[in-house]
Ligand binder design. Sequence first.
Ligand code: HEM
Length: 220
Amino acid sequence: MNVYGRVARPFDDRFDLTNRLHAAFLDRTVPEHARRYYFCFGGIAFLLILIEIVTGVILTFYYVPTPEEAYASTYYISHFVNYGWLVRSVHYWAAQLMVVFVIGHMLRVYLTASYKRPREFNWVIGVGLFALTMAFTLTGHLLPWDSGAYWSTTVTLSLADKIPVIGSSISYLMMGGEGVGAGTLTRFFSAHIMLLPAALALFLGAHFWMIRKQGISGPL
Ligand code: HEM
């Protein structure tokens, strides 16, 4: 018996799952003008998010978010955990590609004028998604706790400190004390694996809901 027969058919026999999921999510015709590679950038960004979730969860099995252990634990993942180097590299490169494809997607939406009425709210949600992508990059970058991570975060937070009126509060809140240290690492780790994913889920839910309601924008 094949995999479908063993795994899915018992559920299909009882709940008609495959047909219902197909009707709910996949049974849509992509309009002719949208069958171009640059209309896939948003979907690719979503695929990369899924890769980030799977590899990120595996990394948390070994990563230790303390100044004493963080660097050693990432070294351990890369050199001693089976396929740890692969999981870590995929997590890193999918994150880089994510930035590339989110910017590509944003440019596509802009150049096809898809941000116009009635999709303005979805553009605003998109700006939130872009900010979240950048926040993931910033918080993830500190986690290996090497000198590059330490100094780039120090520079970013000192830039945040220069924002008029609220800057010093923002940088203090992110640092969790005076200067980049244990407090910063704990806060960035917590944001990277809990706060930001929760916000991303909410924003993506709203993004996809609006795309479903409004359909893909028409030809120019
Ligand atoms: C995490 C990042 C994002 C993901 C996963 C995502 C995903 C998607 C997907 C799958 C679509 C369907 C059409 C397509 O793929 O081109 C779409 C459409 C759209 N996205 Fe995004 N998106 C993201 C970020 C953004 C950003 C940064 C903006 C703008 C600032 C944006 C604005 C829009 C708009 C306005 C549409 C409707 C386009 C149309 O109807 O032609 N999105 N998004």
